[in-house]
Design a protein around this ligand. Sequence first.
Ligand SMILES: Nc1ncnc2c1ncn2[C@@H]1O[C@H](COP(=O)(O)OP(=O)(O)O)[C@@H](O)[C@H]1O
Ligand SMILES: CC(=O)N[C@@H](CCC(=O)OP(=O)(O)O)C(=O)O
Length: 275
Amino acid sequence: MTLNTAHEPIGNTDGTKLFVMKCGGSTLATLPDSFFEDLRALQQEGAQPVIVHGGGPAISENLAKLGIESSFVNGLRVTTEEVLDVVEMTLAGSINKAIVRRIQGSGGRALGISGIDGGLIMARPVSNSAEVGLVGEVTKVQAEIVTGILALGYMPIIAPIGVDASGQRYNINADTAAGAVASYVESSRMIVVTDVPGIMRTVDGQKVVLPSVTVQQIEELIESGEIYGGMIPKVRAAMDCIQGAVSEVVIVDGKEPRVLSRVLQGEVLGTRIVR
Ligand SMILES: Nc1ncnc2c1ncn2[C@@H]1O[C@H](COP(=O)(O)OP(=O)(O)O)[C@@H](O)[C@H]1O
Ligand SMILES: CC(=O)N[C@@H](CCC(=O)OP(=O)(O)O)C(=O)O
């Protein structure tokens, strides 16, 4: 494993300050006010954050309240139309609006939409749809909607629901959606905010965070079982998007003080996934 490679400051090759951030459902409820204050400060300094959020635990809670059974196959929720109703109301409704309110509460400017609005996230069924139902993979992201919202001075807050040309909705894993958004808007880096300090492995009986991993090393860590569960869609989405415009994905803990600006300033924090 490569240890301790310095981060480059975040920014696109054209010099803009756009970056895509994915916020996981595991961490949303516990993000401190200081996280949103940091985001507001970055926006005021001219950075252009684009946020794609999850909400898996809240969806599961709402499904349980409604007595609807749900299960996962390889990290993807088996999704019927009935499940999709709850996914949409949770992600595009309460979670999306809660994030917008927290950003606005800290003085930031945010505008929440789902992937359905304006056909932002176009999707088709995943290849194993016979097993998982209405789960989608992204066919296109209408990047001009994202850049248009940024040009109005707002940060887009995107709920990962997709739609196809016939109007069928799809449940899209939030890590997958974030990777696709980062690719289509040509963000050079993506920050994945979660509830662990990065990709960890056990060395001499101690859990350590890997500062940097390559695509090949990730395959080995999945193979050995050291990367499992919710970390798998994260690293798969990272591996997909770093084939194109995105040159690195950084996985960090949202509870780390001023985590976004520290990553943007080039501090070595969390795990960088590089080609
Ligand atoms: N090698 C690993 N290092 C760190 N976390 C891992 C690893 N493998 C699996 N995980 C699990 O992945 C979880 C993060 O995924 P998930 O709960 O889906 O987060 P999110 O809601 O942010 O998408 C961690 O809490 C941890 O349990
Ligand atoms: C297809 C699929 O599994 N979709 C996810 C969408 C939310 C998500 O990905 O949320 P996290 O980032 O919090 O895991 C789900 O239904 O839970």
